[in-house]
Design a protein around this ligand. Structure first.
Ligand code: 5GP
Length: 184
């Protein structure tokens, strides 16, 4: 994998902006779930940095679990149809407050599939906390209960989001310059 400086278009959201907004989200979630039990369900792999930073700001007692859902890569920018569940949670969510923690919502198909599956298990509440919302790309209507940032239609990477599985570790959200990326 090349140095990301070769294809970084711009830094869309800085580390400081991310951390400030995530602290606010954590405080809001802590207020909304005060006195309630809470389970945070992180969608792998993109949501993992978001989860670990967010949970430090969630002051109500909470458990965590993970799911993995197939999505698409930059080489195949076309949606591949139905989302596939690769890894399911281990936790019984019947009558529990479940908050899904996801990196990004684009068309909405992934979130729709995950919500449909979890709803069949009859949680007490089921809400979503999304770091990045590409609202203008939405194809199916999905609820975004907590939103970090609404972003324009661009391919982004960093802070959990990959470019061909690399650079999830970057502390900021960058935009891929597709021309530069594909010309190498
Ligand atoms: P959706 O099902 O909403 O169309 O897509 C959601 C999934 O697509 C996300 O979980 C993420 O894995 C992937 N995705 C969508 N947009 C981007 C993007 O700009 N960058 C990266 N790295 N992944 C994206």
């Amino acid at each position: 994998m090349r140095d990301y400086h070769d294809f970084l278009g711009e830094i869309l959201i800085s580390e400081e902006q991310l951390q400030a907004r995530i602290a606010e989200l954590g405080e809001q979630i802590s207020r909304d779930y005060a006195g309630e039990d809470l389970l945070l369900v992180c969608i792998l792999r993109g949501g993992v940095l978001f989860l670990t930073d967010l949970m430090r700001h969630v002051t109500v007692p909470h458990a965590i679990d993970f799911m993995s859902v197939s999505s698409y890569g930059i080489g195949a920018r076309q949606r591949s149809g139905q989302a596939r569940i690769n890894l399911d949670i281990n936790t019984d969510i019947y009558e529990r407050n479940v908050l899904l923690v996801e990196d990004i919502v684009d068309s909405g198909y992934t979130l729709e599939a995950v919500l449909a599956l979890l709803r069949t298990r009859r949680p007490k509440t089921l809400r979503t906390c999304i770091l990045l919302d590409k609202a203008e790309r939405r194809e199916v209507d999905v609820p975004v209960d907590y939103c970090g940032f609404t972003i324009p239609n661009a391919f982004v990477f960093g802070y959990g989001l990959d470019i061909d599985e690399y650079y999830r570790n970057l502390p900021f959200i960058g935009v891929v310059d597709l021309e530069k990326y594909e010309s190498a």
